[in-house]
Design a protein around this ligand. Sequence first.
Ligand code: NAD
Ligand code: CXR
Length: 260
Amino acid sequence: SHRGTTGNICHVFKGRCWDYEVTRYLTDLPRVETNCGKLWKLFTKAFSYKSPCDVQLENYQPFLEAASQNLPENKVLFWSGVFSLAHKLGNDGQEYVTLEDTLVGYLANSITWCGQSSEPGMNYTRCPSWDDCPLEAAESFWAGASTAFARGARGQVLLMLDGSNPAKPAYRRDSFFGKYELPNLSQDVTSVYVIVSHVLDKPKLELCGSGSLQSLEADVIERGFFYTCVDDPLAVRHLLCSQNPQSRECQAILRHRQGE
Ligand code: NAD
Ligand code: CXR
């Protein structure tokens, strides 16, 4: 069992929407010409007053179309398995733009929702976990959002992956990135710049050119894009070290700088 629809979701959604319109990303992302009440209606129409698993990908299309947004060239950042680090690098859209910086992702990120056929049309007590619904229902919102986001990307795109997870390869064809983002990049994309990040002081299980990153390179090139891959670039290493300056790897950088 799983927690239910986020309390006051209507106010959270509309409040986020108004805030986005008036104060958020003003210089970093184009505005969406829309109306928050209308977006809420289109969003809830996809799932409310239906049983919780009764959602198809198409249900969210009217919402996704109404909330669609142009994306800045060369700034789109995809990620898999590294939510918080990728968002730190993106720095609220100032460096890179993630799905969660766009209106669609901003409205939905970290809230829970599901329908029920009886009043009030949403279940505030319990929502199914992803495994309880057919794949399509479980994935439908984020699959549609990821697809639309990928279609809008232009120029060089970035992808941040986790090279230290013993349970999951860095690149998986069955991740949201593998299933909905890479296959939907348009010919307006020129190249894919991959950042493989590694947990400090832990084994670097996959590096550029090894393991699943070989499959990624092949899949990217097959789609006609240039491919670059970098392990732990300094910008990322410094973000990690700022959170854990005592780690062995960060201490080694300091000693090096002090000429030891
Ligand atoms: P990932 O493995 O890190 O998964 C991302 C998140 O998706 C997980 O943290 C989890 O909250 C959720 N998730 C995992 N399995 C799910 C399922 N079966 N159904 C619904 N949600 C599930 O990386 P990924 O799969 O490659 O997805 C990340 C990429 O896709 C990003 O580039 C992003 O643009 C997009 N995305 C974002 C979200 C989000 O919650 N903000 C969710 C899915 C996809
Ligand atoms: O809000 P929490 O995530 O409990 O956050 C737990 C930690 C945070 O510190 C955050 O940095 O996990 C990180 N995190 C993720 N890694 C992540 N991946 C996806 C936070 N949110 C994440 N998401 C998105 O946020 C997904 O849509 C997910 C939602 C909140 O997830 P959860 O409640 O587990 O469904």
